[in-house]
Write a protein that binds this ligand. Sequence first.
Ligand SMILES: C[S@@+](CC[C@H](N)C(=O)[O-])C[C@H]1O[C@@H](n2cnc3c(N)ncnc32)[C@H](O)[C@@H]1O
Length: 343
Amino acid sequence: MPPTSDAFEVRDIPGAGRGVIARTSLPNRTHILSTSTLAAYVVFREYRKEVCAQCFHYDRGRTLAVRDLETGKVFCSEGCRDLWAEEQGEEGVEAWKALETWVKARSGAVWCTATSRTDGERPSVEEIEVAWKRVEYARFTRVQETKAEAKQRRKALQSSTSGPVDPDILSFLLSGIIFVSKHPALFASDVLALAMDPTPYRTPSDLQSHANSFLQLVSLLPPPLSESCTTSRIQTLIAAASHNSFGIRAGSEEDMEEYMGYALYPDASYFNHSCEPNVAKKRKGRTWEFWTSGAVKEGEELCISYLGGDEKGLDVTGRRERLKGTWGFECGCGRCVRDSGQV
Ligand SMILES: C[S@@+](CC[C@H](N)C(=O)[O-])C[C@H]1O[C@@H](n2cnc3c(N)ncnc32)[C@H](O)[C@@H]1O
């Protein structure tokens, strides 16, 4: 469900879905929201030794002190390690161990990563539907196969280059499936309510990589988690992340030197973008804080910047191109409307 408070409510905004509206006038630096739910996230594998798996602390590239070799996670303290294990639950920790073992066994493999996907056009809604139906079928036939058949298939997959799997996608999906299995009601009320991207895959091989990652994940999960891991939930996580995720970055918003991962925060996902934002944000550990960055009138829309400050130096064409390329929408904020002479 969309969040609400004395300071704001979520309403329909012409041309931009829903947005956050001030219920009253708010002075500069009024605290608006601290996120309470983190539904899914990934710290990219290349940062796995440098970013705390619990609080996302990063110490200028240093390897963090507390390491768990079995799950491949590092932590800034034992407290963070214990909190993380408690949140994952026993089955969750087992699943992270299985994933780490699988990834390590394939060390040296050429992973299909976000940057290596350059082929073809963005798959359409129909193509996505067909691909996921195939995945459903493959999952079903795998349930039926004998041990010998499964062994043969795994062998074929290991030597094949036609079945790319991305460890970062696997991690993002696993974190989301652990969340669903622990908080099914929150998933239904908060994640399913988000704006979904109907075409979240950039290229055909991006779609293929997500589909393969799903099948791989299912085969690694302990039984209760494997039952929670349905194609429909996985598709929801992917479609929601495409429109709503926040980068996990080191440094301040103005000086975002490292892009270390991304995360889905349902209660922070109703802020629309403006190229003249009136709300500032900062990540503190695994929580995002939002506050007004100027005086806001009652009834005014509260907007953040999706461009992390880059909007300051770009003209309307540059801003719109950047937002279209990364987020897939034509910016209709007040500044872009004025600058493009649409008023
Ligand atoms: C994080 S969601 C924001 C909440 C969303 N409007 C909703 O209805 O749930 C991001 C999406 O909102 C829309 N959006 C955000 N800012 C916009 C803007 N300045 N102009 C047009 N659409 C915008 C786009 O569809 C974008 O993909």
